[in-house]
Ligand binder design. Structure first.
Ligand code: SAH
Ligand code: DHB
Ligand code: MG
Length: 220
């Protein structure tokens, strides 16, 4: 199986189950036009995030890594009108484009984009927790710290999702010196050794290549 097939099957799935969506499609277009990296979650992954948030009945969401706000829009659409999503973004240009995309999606009332390095902005939102759902998708090197922060600002029943935890299989290289791989491996062992969570990691293939996500449920 090749990348071409993975992409065509993702296109098939998204054509069947998602279709055209002006707000989401516009967010991707605006990001591409601004020269931002095209690393948003795939449409079928975005919809999975939306479905998980709805199944969970999430009212408060924390996202780390906004980019153009594509995953933000999927997650925020799962919230009730009085729900709240905070998304953290390091890059001012990304944050500005995301803010416009979120407003165009009609979600400005429930989304707050906070600009700055997440390790600097997280302490400023500590009082907003506990959060029902976390989506961690920023710099992979800091994933252990983000996961710890999420755990410390969760409640029994909170869900923590982390993107990009397989990286084309590089994650199994115990000798890797790549900071992203090291961060990902440390995250995985933290999750494994954390008695407060029950977790799994799922490998994925699709338009974004071969990767995976982790899902952890904070236990009572
Ligand atoms: N969640 C988005 C994709 C995020 S890409 C989606 O699926 O649509 C990763 C984003 O994290 C980029 O916009 C990058 O600028 C941001 N980022 C990288 N390091 C960061 C940091 N230390 N703090 C906050 N954001 C960071
Ligand atoms: C990269 C980051 C992501 O969040 C992603 O989903 C895919 C790729 C990256 O930094 O290469
Ligand atoms: Mg990602």
């Amino acid at each position: 199986m090749t990348q071409r097939v993975w992409t065509e099957v993702d296109d098939y799935i998204s054509g069947l189950l998602i279709g055209a969506d002006p707000a989401l499609d516009g967010a991707l277009e605006a990001g591409a036009k601004a020269g931002m990296p095209q690393i948003s979650v795939a449409p079928n992954q975005g919809k999975l995030l939306n479905l998980i948030a709805r199944v969970h009945g999430a009212r408060t969401v924390l996202e780390i890594g906004t980019l153009a706000g594509y995953s933000t829009i999927w997650l925020a659409r799962a919230l009730p009108p009085d729900g709240k999503l905070i998304t953290l973004e390091y890059d001012l240009v990304h944050a500005e484009i995301a803010t416009a995309n979120i407003a165009a999606a009609g979600l400005a009332d429930r989304v707050e984009v906070k600009v700055g390095a997440a390790l600097d902005t997280l302490p400023t939102i500590a009082g907003e927790g506990p959060f029902d759902l976390f989506f961690i998708d920023a710099d992979k090197v800091n994933n252990p710290k983000y996961f710890q922060w999420a755990l410390d600002h969760s409640r029994p029943g909170s869900v923590i999702i982390v993107d990009n935890v397989v990286r084309s299989g590089l994650v199994i290289d115990a000798t890797s010196t790549d900071p992203s791989v090291l961060g990902t491996r440390e995250l995985a062992s933290m999750i494994a050794n954390e008695p407060r969570v029950s977790a799994t990691i799922i490998q994925t293939v699709g338009e974004k290549g071969y990767d995976g996500f982790a899902l952890a449920l904070v236990e009572g």
